[in-house]
Design a protein around this ligand. Structure first.
Ligand code: PLP
Ligand code: COI
Length: 340
């Protein structure tokens, strides 16, 4: 029986669900892993994650389709990106097949928590891993825990598909040759001060520029940028310090191969932003959230698509992407994984 939640009014928050998946790494290997009802983690006071932030995570969603199936969207890419994160953080990789199996298990065990089709809510899946044994000299842990929980969520930004206002940050998200291209918890810890300040000033997010020259657009704290030129080309910023968003890669594919659009994945100068017709943020949590205005130190860039609704091209991308995710449109081969 589906849980009795007010699905339409969920925010992006944590709700404790029935089961989570846990596997422990010890003596050089992962144990078999299992589902558990226990939402508490007990680790050493000196655990590597608590001292030196040795942790990474992923984010993906399960959807109820129009015909009542439960599906996930490209979980293989989350498994692969987590492997990249683990390698960069000197953590053991959690094998791709096991990651996919954990997604199956944890979603199936919590099927009553998957929001119904058309409710506007989805089931957010949060895989993560952390160093769990005592570490006091700066070095990688020897023991790790991999966990995966789920929580039903609504829109990441209040107002859902309403355009948001963002600001150009004075802080940097990621250093050149740093960890911006992986999903390390530390990237988010250092974004907390700037996001709290931005929220206090009334902005929904920060636009981070490249740390080295502060002339190029990188991303926000939790999403990649998409831009639409006045002649309808999709432009997405390219940089080694941006997280390779699965949503962004999917949107680029959809634009090129389904919608027949011109697509450019390249460096984007901040100087160019005022010339675009549409701007949006994309990610698992953000889906595609339109940006209406960008504040740059007292100057205001008004995106021509305005503050009332998504621009027409962004809307077409949004409808196609979510149509695929919710089973209304045929998906490219291998994108949709049904949970049985
Ligand atoms: N950029 C950052 C910094 C993120 O945290 C996320 C969220 O996962 C994204 C981009 C979007 O990535 P994805 O589309 O894979 O969710
Ligand atoms: C996601 O979109 O899955 C993320 O991890 C972004 C985070 C800011 C919630």
């Amino acid at each position: 029986m589906a849980k009795d939640l007010d699905w339409g009014n969920l925010g992006f928050g944590y709700v404790k669900t029935d089961y989570r998946y846990v596997s422990n790494f010890k003596d050089g290997k992962w144990d078999d892993g299992e589902l558990t009802a226990d939402d508490k983690v007990v680790i050493s006071e000196c655990a590597g994650v608590l001292q030196y932030a040795q942790t990474c995570f992923e984010g993906l969603k399960a959807y109820t389709t129009e015909d009542g199936r439960i599906v996930t969207f490209r979980p293989d890419l989350n498994a692969e990106r987590m492997i990249d994160s683990c390698k960069r953080l000197e953590m053991p990789v959690f094998p791709k097949e096991r990651f996919l199996e954990a997604v199956e298990k944890v979603v199936a065990a919590n099927r009553d928590w998957v929001p119904p089709y058309g409710s506007g809510a989805t089931l957010y899946i949060r895989p993560y891993m952390f160093g769990s044994n005592p570490v006091i000299g700066v070095k990688p842990a020897e023991e790790y825990q991999f966990r995966m929980f789920v929580t039903p969520v609504g829109p990441y930004f209040k107002g859902g598909a309403k355009p948001i206002v963002i600001k150009v940050s004075d802080y940097d998200r990621a250093a050149p040759n740093g960890t911006g291209n992986i999903k390390a918890g530390l990237n988010y810890a250092m974004s907390l001060y700037p996001i709290v300040k931005a929220h206090e000033e009334g902005f929904a997010e920060n636009m981070y520029l490249d740390a080295a020259s502060r002339t190029k657009v990188e991303e926000t704290g939790g999403a990649n940028f998409i831009f639409i030129t006045k002649d309808g080309t999709l432009v997405t910023p390219k940089s080694d310090s941006i997280l390779p968003s699965i949503t962004r890669r999917s949107i680029c594919y959809v634009a090129e191969h389904i919608l027949g659009m011109k697509v450019e994945h390249r460096e984007v100068l901040f100087e160019e932003v005022k010339d675009f017709a549409e701007c949006g943020l994309c990610g698992t949590a953000a889906v595609i959230s339109p940006v209406g205005k960008i504040f740059d130190h007292g100057k205001e860039i008004d995106i021509p698509s305005g503050m009332e609704e998504m621009g027409p091209v962004t809307k077409k991308l949004y409808d196609t992407l979510t149509g695929i995710q919710m089973g209304r449109l045929e998906a490219p081969e291998g994108w949709i994984h049904e949970i049985r």
